[in-house]
Write a protein that binds this ligand. Structure first.
Ligand code: CTP
Ligand code: MG
Length: 260
């Protein structure tokens, strides 16, 4: 018998229920066109191409019939053997959306990858690195990239300083220890469920400070492993990000450009 780890039964939670305030399109970000197709469709194609999941559960903006219709059409396009594609209504916060999807995964799910629809161009290689680390026994895995800017902490100025500038620098983080964190983030199902159940006890301000799933798992004291992410997994957040994503699709290197 082989000692190679067996692949866990894996689901992807694709969170797509945000309103896209910073992009400012007046429609949910998942529906905003990128290279002629909705951002959500790019994200779905990437997940299916990576082939890591038996189920993809998409958290959608409640009441958005257009995105639901698009998902129904995509489901029909999926060849036999493609993942089970299900939807849930997303919640008020990203964590609420993840929790709703977690509660709707198939019985027997052993591992979960949580992915932002906003990271529509995440390459297959990143899904594979995360899934491989889970298969090798990690309980929590995140894709990261080095930070290129120097990062400082600041605080609002007080007294006379406030006449010069609104903020004062309070420190400089050592850059070689910093990483920018992306999705998909992978977890054992039990770990992610426990982390999100614990977060239900948070008060409003603490809940608002939750920006990814790994930080909830860190609070449980579970080791979080970091694998290499990719710069093309950028989170489409602002209009500039959308221009960059369009450039990745349409530029001279086009879809052939895959980093790592
Ligand atoms: N998300 C979600 N449910 C929410 C909020 C966010 O599913 N209540 C999803 C978004 O759809 C996105 C991902 O979480 O794919 C990361 O969130 P973000 O980039 O902040 O997207 P939005 O919340 O839509 O954007 P904004 O904060 O600018 O409104
Ligand atoms: Mg948001």
């Amino acid at each position: 018998m082989s000692d190679a780890p067996t692949r866990p039964v894996t689901a992807v939670i694709l969170v797509a229920a945000g309103s896209g305030q910073r992009l400012g399109y007046g429609m949910p970000k998942a529906a905003v066109p990128l290279g002629g197709d909705p951002i959500l469709l790019h994200a779905l194609r990437g997940i299916v191409a990576a082939g890591v999941a038996g189920q993809v559960c998409v958290a959608l903006p409640p009441g958005d019939d257009g995105l639901r219709q698009m998902l129904d059409d995509f489901r029909l396009e999926l060849a036999d053997g493609g993942p089970l594609l299900t939807t849930v209504d997303g919640g008020a916060t990203r964590a609420d959306s993840v929790r709703s999807a977690l509660a709707a995964l198939e019985d027997g799910t052993e591992a979960v990858l949580v992915h932002d629809a906003a990271r529509a161009l995440a390459p297959e290689s990143v899904f594979h690195r995360v899934a491989q680390a889970l298969a090798a026994g990690a309980l929590a895995v995140i894709p990261v990239i080095p930070v290129v800017d120097t990062v400082k902490t600041v605080a609002a100025t007080t007294g006379e300083d406030s006449d010069i500038a609104p903020e004062l620098v309070t420190g400089t983080a050592p850059r070689d220890e910093l990483r920018a964190v992306q999705t998909p983030q992978g977890f054992s199902f039990a770990t992610l469920k426990a982390a999100h159940e614990a977060a239900l006890q948070f008060d409003e301000s603490r809940a608002a400070a939750v920006t990814d799933d790994a930080m909830l798992v860190e609070l449980l004291g579970v080791p979080v492993h970091a694998v290499r992410g990719a710069s093309q997994s950028l989170k489409i957040t602002t209009p500039l990000d959308l221009i960059i994503a369009e450039g990745l699709l349409e530029g001279p290197l086009g879809a052939r450009w895959v980093e790592g």
